[in-house]
Design a protein around this ligand. Structure first.
Ligand SMILES: NC(=O)c1ccc[n+]([C@@H]2O[C@H](COP(=O)([O-])OP(=O)(O)OC[C@H]3O[C@@H](n4cnc5c(N)ncnc54)[C@H](OP(=O)(O)O)[C@@H]3O)[C@@H](O)[C@H]2O)c1
Length: 220
């Protein structure tokens, strides 16, 4: 059985990833700060108190998952703060780096002992972190933090290739969740389905790639 660990599991895309991975038979371990009613209903293992924006998660996780072999890690947790040049809040920008850039690095590093050859690490990033795709500006903290996690993902892909562990960076689409104030054009179920398909297709040959959940290769 595939053991799948998912961060930011209590709502939005993360909750739907938990639901679909569990429905297909994965043994899902959901990480979150606090479980929601929807997550509790899934009858999967939930580990609360995991704030990916804090170094503490790197001490808590290895204790909680000691000896558990993880086949798939999905770094999904993220935050978006809307900012323009006129209303720059540097603390908000720093916070987005903590969660969006350092979060996946913290969790992946903490779970390295649990990842064996053949394991997969997915990072749910955003095309807003693509330099080529940035044709409209703004969103300083979000764009910068997602660009940073993109390059962290490429380094992880290089560093983990010799261990047989593959890494992928995935844009989930414009999804109707709290983050988009439910203005997204894609439902979380469709996004999660596409994300899991892309992860299934991933191999050592394609490690370090950046794709839309619909399969489109995205420019850096
Ligand atoms: N929705 C979109 O259109 C879209 C587009 C591109 C990329 N993405 C990316 O997709 C991922 C999921 O987004 P979403 O749309 O599902 O957003 P969402 O509905 O706002 O959910 C965000 C999730 O991240 C968790 N989270 C936030 N800060 C955290 C922290 N410090 N520690 C642990 N968990 C934390 C939230 O948990 P709490 O309840 O504890 O806050 C929640 O589970 C994010 O990485 C986002 O950047 C989304």
């Amino acid at each position: 059985m595939t053991t799948t660990v998912i961060t930011g599991s209590n709502r939005g895309i993360g909750l739907e990833l938990c639901r679909q991975a569990s429905a297909r038979g994965d043994d899902v371990i959901a990480l979150c700060r606090q479980a929601s009613a929807g997550l509790s209903e899934l009858n999967i293992r939930v580990i609360e108190g995991i704030d990916v924006g804090s170094d503490r998660c790197m001490r808590a996780l290895p204790q909680q998952l000691d000896g558990v072999q993880v086949d798939l890690l999905i770094n999904n947790a993220g935050i978006l703060t809307r900012q323009s040049l006129d209303s720059l809040d540097l603390d908000e920008i720093r916070r987005q780096f903590e969660v969006n850039s350092l979060g996946p690095l913290r969790i992946t590093r903490a779970l390295l002992p649990n990842l064996q050859p053949g394991a997969k690490v997915a990072i749910i990033t955003s095309r807003m972190g693509s330099i080529t795709d940035n044709t409209s500006g703004g969103h300083y903290g979000y764009r910068m933090s997602k660009a940073a996690v993109n390059i962290a993902g490429v380094s992880l892909a290089h560093d983990l290739k010799s261990k047989g562990i593959v890494v992928v960076l995935l844009h989930p689409g414009y999804v109707s969740t709290d983050m988009t104030e439910f203005s997204g054009t894609v439902q979380p179920a469709e996004s999660a389905r596409g994300l899991l398909q892309r992860i299934d297709e991933l191999s050592l040959e394609t490690t370090g790639s950046f794709h839309h959940m619909n399969g489109e290769a995205l420019p850096w």
